[in-house]
Design a protein around this ligand. Structure first.
Ligand code: EPU
Length: 334
């Protein structure tokens, strides 16, 4: 058992007590905890996508299952199994070292491998579901091991079955990805091409793309080790085409991504900035000066203070644009 305080287990650096933090190093270790009957249980990975609002009346299972293994391969692809407690960025760097393509655009995303499918993490035109094969999880309510294939996971934009009916019930032990020995680069984001041009790279490799993305992210996003944060705090809202056309009349340059014929995604960062919240600070809660979507803890903010600040942003955006933005981070209220 580690300490009972979660301060060093969440990247927003919020102090909150729990009933105890239990490291889980193997499936066997988890079964031993289940047999003991400690309840209730909550699962934590890298702690980079949670906001702790008050003390947590639960035992916290800290996923420490490690290891990266090649399970199968042919001349084109490799099936890799990763312990869900591995750090996501370290895993991305491992794929680069093996020259295996698929997730290089997801470099420097904070968090654990086990959290990647829960959030269906994504960046720069790529989502983890594009390379996802399957995952193994232990159902905490029944104590049995289950395999989820891609079609079982209901992946959506920052969404999966693990945020819906399976929420909090499944302890993910291993995630399996299919990676390519003949990588196809995904450079649809102008920022990547620009960065590669600046570095005078004409025929980029996956290592060059990962490098460019690391540079882009480092330039605009705060390092949680220096300025505590949880990455994007809200999801980018998807609005109906008719509402988008209306918005465009007032803001002809509104940035947008077409989702389908009837829907458009608007960057929440833009809405928040236009609502006057970029770089704003109330006490120790604030938005980052370089990126309005990143809420930060400037010192000793409590989870409640950050949540109140987030609510103020939601109200301001709703009043100005009649668009609701919802948190991407998981709010833990007890
Ligand atoms: N923008 C502003 N003000 C700002 C920042 C951005 O107006 O302060 C506008 C700009 O027009 C910019 C647009 O918002 O072009 C989009 O910004 P950015 O490219 O930084 O992406 P994002 O929509 O804010 C999403 C993901 C990120 C991912 C990036 C890059 C979500 C919720 N977030 O952010 O994922 O890294 O795209 O692909 O979808 C995360 O989920 O934690 C995360 C970091």
């Amino acid at each position: 058992m580690y300490t009972t305080n979660l301060l060093n287990f969440n990247t927003m650096h919020i102090s909150a007590e729990s009933k105890g933090i239990i490291p889980i190093y193997s499936e066997r270790g988890l079964y031993e905890v289940l047999v003991k009957g400690n309840k209730p249980l909550k699962i934590i990975g890298g702690g980079s996508n949670i906001l702790l609002v008050g003390d947590i009346d639960a035992y916290i299972l800290k996923n420490e299952i490690k290891g990266i293994h090649i399970v199968d391969e042919d001349e084109d692809e490799v099936l890799v199994s990763i312990g869900a407690g591995e750090n996501w960025h370290n895993f991305v760097m491992w794929t680069i070292s093996q020259n295996l393509g698929g997730i290089e655009n997801l470099a420097l995303i904070p968090g654990s491998v086990g959290a990647a499918p829960i959030q269906n993490i994504g960046a720069y035109g790529v989502e983890q579901r594009d390379s996802f094969h399957s995952l193994k999880a232990i159902d905490l309510t029944q104590g049995i091991s289950k395999l989820f294939f891609r079609e079982d996971c209901q992946f959506g934009y920052r969404d999966s079955i693990f945020k819906k009916e399976a929420k909090g019930k499944c302890f993910i032990t291993h995630v399996n990805y299919i990676l390519s020995k003949k990588p196809m680069l995904n450079m649809q984001y102008g920022a990547i091409i620009k960065m590669l041009e600046e570095s005078k790279i004409n025929t980029p490799t996956i290592a060059d793309v990962a490098d460019a993305i690391i540079k882009i992210r480092t330039l605009k996003l705060p390092d949680p080790k220096i300025v505590p944060n949880t990455g994007s705090f809200f999801k980018n809202p998807v609005i109906e085409k008719k509402d988008f056309e209306k918005l465009k009349q007032s803001y002809p340059n509104v940035p947008n991504y077409v989702v389908d014929a009837d829907h458009t995604k608007i960057p929440a960062a833009w809405l928040i900035e236009k609502a006057g919240f970029k770089g704003k600070r109330v006490g120790d809660a604030g938005t980052h000066k370089n990126h309005a979507l990143v809420l930060v803890n400037y010192g000793k903010a409590t989870g409640k203070e950050i949540l109140e600040f987030a609510n103020d942003i939601q109200i301001a955006v709703s009043q100005k644009f009649e668009i609701d933005i919802v948190p991407e981070v998981n709010i833990w209220e007890s």
